[in-house]
Design a protein around this ligand. Sequence first.
Ligand code: G3I
Length: 305
Amino acid sequence: GGTLGSAAARTGRYFGTAVSASKLSDSVYTGILSREFSMITAENEMKIDATEPSQNQFSYANADRIVNQATSQGARLRGHTLAWHQQQPGWMQGMEGTALRQAMLNHVTQVATHYRGKIYAWDVVNEAFEDGGSGARRNSNLQRTGNDWIEAAFTAARAADPGAKLCYNDYNTDDWTHAKTQAVYRMVQDFKARGVPIDCVGFQSHFNPNSPVPSNYQTTLQNFANLGVDVQITELDIEGSGTAQANNFRTVTSACLAVSRCTGITVWGIRDTDSWRASGTPLLFDGNGQKKAAYTATLEALNGD
Ligand code: G3I
């Protein structure tokens, strides 16, 4: 394949990117988007603060612009995200207990119902585990509603959109020996054992010198896949430049291709200047929209070259 999407399709996979609705009027941006990418994640527009700015009043205009872009270019959509401790609207931030649990479940049900049949995979729950060595759940208002909040969210999402794959998504879960990785693994193992509906695990894969691509990355993907879930690389970016960065993108791409249940890769933005990182050059295209060495290495890896 001559593009990321067509090269990924060679092995039945997708290649996606995060998209910002505010950039859909930039023709350089949309030119690369429609040429290269077969999966789209809304960078912010499907989050809780965007879709339910006032309680029980839903707002889909910006998200729908991204849905329409996906339709027009024949790309699929990852839904991001139904339940998260961040980017909660003000009304939700102050809530606790039963009221919050009900509000969260209502949000999951309403948004998943709105997009029923249009989403390939939902990040149902995002970033629910603590960093560091504890392996504990992150202390958040959602966690304080009871340890079963995650499975309750998955059950509600399945009921609302039975055709979508339901994912748990997190970062710093790439190194197999990391306590956070082990904790997420045990949760997924427990969900599968008890029949809680979960289909996939998303590995955000935000890499930088302090958090490099671990040597056991492929092992991690394979071990999760062995639990009977798909795995997806959901928010890939890698700080760096030149050959070193290119080699890291090659390593990550090859790891996904080596795991049969790794169904696709999404990068978190198109050009370096589109990145959420204030500085740095972590993506596949430079600020002018030109292909970087990291692009070529990724394309070669997708093509098996
Ligand atoms: O749109 C407003 C703009 O009107 C305002 O003037 C400006 C002033 O700060 O803020 C703009 O909103 C910002 C928004 O991005 C759009 O640019 C928010 O402040 C900012 O917080 C928000 O950041 C997003 C971040 O999630 C929030 O948690 C990033 O774009 C987005 O890339 C990032 O994505 C997350 C994933 O969802 C989960 N995993 C980590 C990843 C990177 O942090």
